[in-house]
Design a protein around this ligand. Structure first.
Ligand code: BGC
Length: 714
């Protein structure tokens, strides 16, 4: 490996203040919204700033409720002014069916965490486009997707709903997704603002966090995605931050989001996350969900009493209307409810699933499997009929319905509280790939029987699963229900064992040394099985990379091996050391590191060059496919700040996804904006780019660094 010192004299002042991304003033949606507001009565204004969770309970005499679509939320429109009914639906894996609407089945996409493993903005856009299209055709005006929170607590029950542990990656990818949703004339959301990183006591606990950590890590996805996506809605979270509920937190809502970040849309509360009338209204909350307790009559009273100025109420309504205008809902409301194009959705979700898979291990090239293989043992719970999905409010009912009768009502209030298997059979998909092979199945409930089948087969494939869901965190990171033992017994019986994982977050994999291959398939969506089989047999060369660290043990993680905190106050003591930053700083080797993912081909990196100027740095290098198969590589660029900055050893600063034929080489150029080099100067309340020497690392993962370089900022 070559180390070259390049002194790039960036023309930043030592403490350069970076301009905050304020959107253009006085644009036409704002003017039109203001005109509409001026025509509304006080009662009409109040009507528009609180909603009801229609799928959660029968709203009784709630005005207009007979017209609601029974989605996650409803606000009646004002027909005399052409303001349409507002109907919200969840969320990130597709359009959900909370409330069991007729024709409420939708395409189930790979989970957001799965899709993020593609590191591909085009995948994020395709997902947003499909979800937006299917939401609109079913009549919805707002989509509650767009989770961009960091995976700080690796046992987090909702980690499958977000994108990973890095703020830049989360911010960039969620921006593409939300922009595409809004391109389909559906208001998009970013959530859950902010520092919403665990389910344990999620409605009560206070995150105790310093400002620098907030700005550099937990708020950064929003700072990136708000301007880049044009999102018209941000959902504030259940938890408190430094003692104050997120939805009445003046610092979070008014000062940072609407102030520094320049957010022009509406802030809506998570369902039940509003706790007051006057404090919430004055702190910047624009819409109460979902019980209409605080922003209904009590808000009207507060306005009449002068406790909340009329101008604040007008601002709430204006923000909502400008969103409806900006994305095109006001001029062209959805005509639904119609039903989705199942075949079109199936094509998209299968393509995205192929892009989402991460090959974690492949000793002596067990994968791809040869089609001429004589016999295959397919082992694992429900691997004969389906693939797993994540539960809670983001649960989608896939076309065809669940593959296994669920043990609860998955379309009940708040979403599924039991596992739902999408009807996509790994067993059948493998049979389709190897029609000449003898493919037999064992569900794994009897490990000895499964091992016997494996012993009797040329190759064994174990489908292992871990179910995650909203409302509850995992107790640990182990594969549950005796599956670790199952894997060990099968691997002992057959030296050619591969494991396919269907899970919602990082795992510990003490069994990984016993098996030849591990394919991370995540929750792969309603066409997951053919995508998995494509990768197993090499029709698809895997190109996904982890966006979250897989540790060797829970004790190695930033949160340690005690139970998920049940305290009133959860101190974010790791400060800047979330995810890979922790492992780098502490010198702890993860089992599978952030950015890791193997390919069936090989990549060579060479000829790096760093060039800089006033507007940032550009890192260029060559990537060559030196193997025998076409493939795609996600080349990652990390930056280490000058020591005086007090930062973790490195941070992701950019990446490029390159698809190359065997033997092909391409020059890659990754631009790094000045902001990606900045730190939050809490004393001066601004971003600054520290002066000094910066390190550049170009790699195939955060630990597989192929090229190094340096530059200086004076
Ligand atoms: C979740 C939100 C969701 C809302 C409406 C809440 O429980 O935290 O993510 O959008 O329900 O279903």
């Amino acid at each position: 490996m070559r180390i070259r010192v390049t002194s790039v004299l960036l023309a930043f002042a030592a403490a350069l203040v970076l301009a905050s991304p304020a959107a253009a003033r006085g644009s036409s949606p704002d003017r039109r919204a203001a005109e509409l507001v001026s025509q509304l009565t006080l009662d009409e204004k109040i009507q528009l700033v609180h909603g009801i969770g229609v799928c959660m309970f029968t709203p009784g005499d709630y005005p207009g409720s007979e017209r609601s679509l029974k989605g996650a939320g409803f606000i009646p429109g004002i027909p005399r002014l052409g303001i349409p009914d507002i109907n919200y639906t969840d969320a990130g894996a597709g359009v959900t069916n909370c409330g069991a609407r007729p024709n409420g089945q939708s395409t189930m996409l790979p989970s957001p965490l799965a899709r993020a493993s593609s590191w591909d903005p085009a995948v994020a856009s395709a997902a947003g486009d499909l979800i937006g299209r299917e939401a609109r055709v079913q009549g919805f005006t707002g989509l509650l997707g767009g989770v961009s929170e960091l995976i700080r607590e690796p046992r987090w029950g909702r980690s499958f709903e977000t994108l990973g542990e890095d703020p830049l990656l989360n911010g960039e990818l969620v921006a593409h997704e939300v922009r595409a949703v809004q391109g389909r004339k559906v208001v998009g959301t970013l959530k859950h603002y902010a520092a919403n990183n665990q389910e344990t006591r999620r409605q009560e606990h206070s995150v105790e966090i310093d400002e620098r950590t907030l700005r550099e890590l937990h708020l950064l996805p929003y700072e990136i995605a708000v301007p880049a996506s044009g999102a018209q809605s941000v959902m504030c979270s259940y938890n408190r931050v430094n003692g104050t509920y997120a939805c009445e937190n003046d610092y979070l809502l008014k000062r940072v989001l609407k102030g520094d970040i320049g957010f022009k849309g509406q802030i809506q509360s998570d369902w039940g996350a509003t706790h007051s009338t006057v404090p919430a209204a004055l702190a910047g909350l624009d819409e109460e969900e979902f019980l209409s307790q605080f922003f209904s009559q009590p808000l009207k009273d507060a306005v009449l009493a002068g406790d909340v100025p009329m101008s604040r109420l007008d601002d709430m309504v204006r923000r909502k209307l400008r969103g409806l205008i900006a994305v095109g809902v006001l001029d062209d409301p959805p005509s639904g409810p119609g039903s989705i194009d199942v075949a079109a959705g199936a094509r998209v979700t299968e393509r995205l699933a192929r892009r989402s898979m991460v090959l974690l291990k492949n000793r002596r090239g067990l994968l791809p499997l040869r089609r001429s293989v004589g016999s295959i043992a397919v082992i694992g719970e429900h691997a004969d009929v389906g693939v797993l999905s994540g539960g809670g409010s983001s649960q989608v009912t896939p076309p065809g319905g669940p593959a296994v009768p669920p043990t609860c009502d998955p379309e009940g209030p708040g979403g599924s509280r039991c596992p739902v298997w999408a009807p996509s059979s790994p067993l059948e998909a493998i049979r389709d790939e190897a029609p000449g092979a003898d493919v037999r199945f064992a569900d794994g409930s009897d490990p000895a029987a499964a091992a016997a089948l494996a012993r009797d087969s040329d190759v064994a494939i174990v489908f292992a699963n871990e179910w995650r869901h909203e409302f509850e965190d995992r107790p640990d990171l182990a594969l549950p229900n005796g599956q670790e033992d199952l894997i060990r017994q099968v691997a002992t019986a057959n030296g050619k064992t591969a494991v396919v994982l269907e899970n919602g977050g990082p795992l510990t994999t003490p069994w990984a040394g016993d098996v030849r291959a591990v394919l991370e398939a995540w929750y792969p969506g309603s066409r997951g099985a053919p995508a998995i089989a494509d990768v197993l047999f090499g029709d698809t060369n895997p190109s996904g990379k982890l966006t979250v660290t897989f540790p060797r043990s829970l004790a190695d993680t930033p949160v340690g091996d005690g139970p998920v905190s049940e305290a009133d106050e959860v101190p974010y003591d790791e400060r800047l050391l979330v995810g890979y930053r922790w492992y780098d700083a502490k010198g702890i080797a993860p089992r599978f590191e952030f950015g890791h993912g193997l390919s069936y081909t090989r990549w060579r990196y060479s000829n790096e060059r760093v060039a800089g100027g006033r507007r940032g740095v550009r890192v260029s290098f060559d990537v060559k496919n030196t193997g025998r198969r076409p493939g795609a590589e996600v080349a990652q660029v990390y930056v280490g700040l000058p020591e005086s900055a007090g930062e973790p050893p490195k941070r992701l600063a950019g990446w490029a996804r390159v698809s190359l034929r065997p033997g092909q080489r391409r020059r890659v150029s990754v631009p790094i904006a000045a902001k990606r080099l900045a730190i939050w100067d809490a004393a001066r309340d601004r971003w600054k780019v520290p002066s000094g020497r910066y390190k550049v690392y170009v790699g195939s993962s955060s630990r597989d660094i192929r090229l190094r370089d340096r530059f200086a900022v004076r």
